[in-house]
Design a protein around this ligand. Sequence first.
Ligand code: AMP
Length: 365
Amino acid sequence: MSFALAPGATIGILGGGQLGRMLALAAARLGLKTHIYSNDPDSPAFDVSAARTIAPFDDEKALEDFALNVDLVTYEFENVPARTAALLAEIGAVRPGPAALATCQDRLVEKEFLTSNGIATAPYLRVDDAGSLARAVAQLGRPSILKTRRFGYDGKGQVLVREGGDLAVTFRSLGGAPAILEGIVPFAKEVSVVAARGADGAFAVYDVCENEHENHILKFTRAPARIAPETAAEAVRIAHAIADALDYVGVLAVEMFVVDPTGGEGEGPAELRVNEIAPRVHNSGHWTLDGALTSQFEQHVRAVAGWPLGVTDRHGSSVEMWNLIGEEAFAWEQILREPRTSLHLYGKSEARAGRKMGHVTRVAP
Ligand code: AMP
């Protein structure tokens, strides 16, 4: 596809969280304007964007007005209704395309897509009611994890199926929503690959990074991941195959489990299993803001604009990123005094528990 924006054009972004905010800042640096569409009047991205629409994601009139007022639509979160993306795509360019979005927003569709492309995942089974949950548990055993097919993030929409627990109660605890049951992967490490695919099929990838979660929320990322070079190469190969198979345009992140008693640091490639594909910029790519020649946000803007992708080389021997969650952001002044440390705050007014308020990066010399 040859469609490309010119400087001065407007990118419409569905979603107004911190990812939209950092996309808007990157777009501004490249002389592009942004128009944020969000259902939340208190969206952090509004502060840094020329235009806004506050409306539900299924308001067809508001969506149509939005599409007519921008030169291209992208999004910062994957729970955009498929109907919304399809509606917008009838009016103008939507990147990444609605098909990629539809694949990645449903855990079952995503797992079937990966499996059909020969990419390993956790063992999984479809669960539609308490009866199919009982059959799935009989097959995958306990403990296992029940996850809603849609709308899950940061551990929401997930429940551990424990020894002895009542399965009907477990199923109801997720509101009876369509789900999948996943077997537990005995991982040694969690890594992710943040990569970009251009409108011309070009592919650019950052160093594979390793991630630590706390209460299901990303806490810490280190790049490069401490894994064998063969394991890193295999992780990149998998991400590239996914981006090609989705005919993807933009930045995506692929989260993977490293299954290896030595944590992947041993000889030869460790076994990798894909956990999730995020069809957007990703928290585990925030280190690139200070730690890479082109940030993931600039890279996404370049890709969707139809522009050449930027160089992904890392600054420094390694880069670390911590999320500031809830009241941790109150330490901003102390963080500002630390050498070689960069502070990013998202401008959120209320530091609720579990809320991502900002992040900190540190680039090693
Ligand atoms: P998710 O929302 O699917 O990204 O899951 C959040 C976190 O839960 C992951 O980053 C893992 O730490 C853990 N987790 C999810 N699924 C599995 C699994 N099948 N086996 C082991 N740990 C898992």
